[in-house]
Design a protein around this ligand. Structure first.
Ligand code: WT7
Length: 654
């Protein structure tokens, strides 16, 4: 985060107390929230045990709430059995069978609603289809689909039979898909022919074919949901149309009851080193976190239309499109496309037409819509909205105020929710009927979440207004269980820094005089580009895999819409390219990164130099590169550089 942004956040003094009209109807007011916090503080484990008994439908009740004997591999509710899909669907069939579960709108304007009964029937048909293909409990299934209800159906169908799903965001390339298939050892891929995005067709079937041509030998079958109907290649031995598979399946499929610790899903995310990590989530603890946070943070009620704009390829789409709202019996909205098709009013038009009451999106989208101008939201009736949310990166006070003023008409609460792929559910957020908000602060931890800030030696910082590492000091039910296939990495990435005492989130934060948390951003080599988490090392290895590249260093550069953009410094084999040759190679490298990872990882800037700035011990000086990327005057001491002369070249001045 740039220093001017930090200053604007630190100078933020505005406070917005909950409005009485909201408090009156809210699930939690200040008194109830205090009572929950007090209960959790008094008996952390007992508190979560009570929540789990109250909120989750167990087939076999648990008797052990927390097993910490193998810490930091914690286990929650481990002798209980349940099924996530039965919690999301079957338990609503009585009272809410004809209630709309999903309202869907495609980018081209096609729309369809699914009731809980219809959703249940379709999930059962697909689950039976999976069983007929020999998929059983514990098998891994990759889901590579557009944002259509079928993506949620695929997740729920896996959960129903105890198969472990791993959703791969449709914007990731064939190469990334292949890596994930191989790391999970998946037997099956559920894909679509394509998805509509930004007026184009994303050819998911072709990417699947490419991924499987280059590896992924564990995959036996590919189920293809027909969405875009463009012509696709077909491998008759391997590929099955979704509609053909489901045509003969029964609408009844008994859920497979799994242990609470049975993995519900794997979701890959970037870290500071190596390949993306397969974050493993449990069934019982995860579902509890997704479920209760919907009630506490979103005040979710039966008459809400809940729209979380995240793709199901990200954890936000898992917890707040698929599992959290459906386990609460809510109506969700799913939209396939981008916010700017056909124009910048699309999101607000959807809110009007579908009567959206809760709207949850990312700061990068808010900034883009803010830039498009106030005239777009002004065209539409947003009066059904009652709550706004933000997630994915720190929201700058300017964007917060715009959201508050133009979308919230200065009346709606804004919940700025801090959490991570690893945490499974929201960890810090205002509770809208209870917590006064401040623009740019995620305010306070939710009940049962023991957040803290520690210094370099791992001492908790009690003093307010002093920054440090954001940590969680007690296990919580929806925490990740491990990294798939690499428990050592789980321990080294999240626990080892402070001798297994704290979960280390990878963010820095500080608290103000009211004890409110302000997240300052990542402290590791992880970038947050338009709310997408990318490892600098991943992009560097993608660049270096190009035959012309000798070495690459990637840093983030502040960007007014995306938050951060990717800036790459590259040295080439052979002479340093210049002029038209440099332009052509830049384009080639950008395309190469898109092919290796996905278009979201393309560098906005590439600068060629003869060398990278290294210390005499050979370490790349990233701090210096970050300053250069920002265009700052270099005032740092570069005397320790092995090659101080290179700085002018890196800065584009030679
Ligand atoms: C990282 C996690 C789970 C949410 C989607 C992103 C940043 C997330 C906030 C927020 C400040 C935030 C952090 C975090 N982040 N929400 N409200 N305020 N920063 O999940 O891809 O796992 O990324 O996103 O840096 O560590 P993710």
């Amino acid at each position: 985060m740039s220093s001017d942004k930090i200053e604007s956040v630190l100078g933020e003094k505005r406070v917005f107390p909950p409005r009485p009209e909201f408090v009156k109807k809210a699930r939690l007011d200040a008194k109830k929230l205090d009572a929950l916090r007090a209960a959790a503080d008094k008996d952390h484990v007992g508190f979560w045990g009570d929540q789990a008994r109250k909120n989750i439908a167990w087939q076999t009740p648990f008797t052990r709430t927390l097993d910490d004997s193998k810490a930091p591999n914690y286990q929650w509710f481990d002798d209980g059995r349940l099924n996530a899909s039965a919690n999301c669907l079957d338990r609503h069939l009585g009272a809410r069978g004809d209630k709309i579960a999903i309202r869907f709108e495609g980018e081209k304007g096609d729309a369809r609603n699914w009731t809980y009964k219809e959703l249940h029937a379709e999930v059962c048909k697909l689950a039976n289809g999976l069983l007929s293909l020999g998929i059983t409990k514990g098998d891994r299934v990759i889901i590579y689909m557009p944002m259509t209800p079928e993506a949620v159906i695929a997740m729920q169908a896996c959960a129903r039979i105890g198969a472990i799903h791993s959703v791969v965001f449709g914007g990731f390339s064939a190469a990334s898909l292949k890596d994930r298939i191989e790391d999970t050892g998946a037997k099956l891929v559920i894909a679509a022919d394509g998805g509509n995005r930004g007026g184009n067709i994303i050819d998911l079937k072709k990417a699947t074919d490419d991924a499987l041509a280059s590896g992924g030998k564990t995959v036996e079958k590919v189920i293809v949901y027909q969405r875009t109907k463009h012509s696709v290649n077909w491998d008759a031995k391997r590929d099955i149309w979704w509609h053909d598979l489901l045509a003969t399946q029964s609408e009844r499929c008994d859920p497979v009851w799994v242990e609470a610790e049975h993995p519900l899903f794997l979701l890959y995310t970037s870290g500071s080193t190596g390949k993306p990590k397969g974050i493993q989530h449990s069934t019982g603890g995860y579902l509890l976190g997704a479920h209760v946070s919907c009630q506490w943070v979103f005040d979710l009620r039966d008459d809400d239309v809940f729209w979380c704009t995240a793709d199901v390829g990200w954890v936000t789409g898992h917890s707040y499109v698929c599992y959290g709202p459906l386990s609460n019996g809510a109506t969700i909205l799913m939209y396939e496309g981008v916010p700017t098709i056909p124009d910048a009013g699309r999101f607000w038009k959807i809110c009007q037409e579908h009567g959206v009451t809760i709207f949850y999106t990312a700061p990068t989208a808010i900034r883009a819509l803010m830039k498009a101008g106030d005239e777009w939201p002004a065209k539409y009736d947003l009066s059904k909205l009652r709550l706004l949310g933000s997630v994915g990166e720190p929201i700058n006070p300017e964007a917060w105020m715009w959201y508050h003023r133009v979308i919230g008409k200065e009346k709606l609460p804004i919940v700025d929710t801090w959490w991570q792929t690893e945490t499974g559910a929201i960890m810090m957020s205002p509770v809208p009927g209870a917590t006064p908000t401040k623009p740019g602060s995620c305010t306070q931890p939710l009940p049962g979440i023991a957040a803290g800030i520690v210094d370099d030696s791992g001492n908790l910082i009690d003093q307010l207004d002093q920054g440090g590492y954001l940590v969680i000091s007690k296990p919580w039910p929806s925490m990740l269980r491990t990294i798939w296939g690499d428990n050592d990495r789980y321990i080294s990435a999240y626990w080892a820094q402070f001798k297994n005492k704290y979960y280390v989130a990878g963010d820095s934060a500080h608290r103000d005089a009211d004890g409110y948390y302000w997240i300052m951003g990542r402290i590791d080599d992880v970038l947050n580009v338009a709310g997408h988490r990318l490892g600098t090392m991943e992009i560097e290895s993608a660049l270096v895999s190009h035959p012309r590249v000798a070495e690459a260093a990637v840093v983030g550069r502040p960007h007014d819409v995306k938050g951060e953009s990717v800036f790459a410094f590259v040295t080439c084999k052979g002479p340093r390219p210049e002029g038209a040759e440099a332009d052509a190679l830049s384009k080639e490298l950008r395309d190469h990164v898109a092919k290796e990872i996905g278009a979201i990882a393309k560098p906005d800037d590439i600068r060629f130099a003869e060398n990278l700035p290294k210390t005499r011990s050979g370490k790349i000086m990233r701090r210096l590169l970050r300053s250069i990327a920002k265009g700052e005057e270099i005032t740092q001491d570069i005397s320790t550089l092995e090659n101080p002369g290179i700085v002018a070249q890196l800065a584009g001045k030679a």
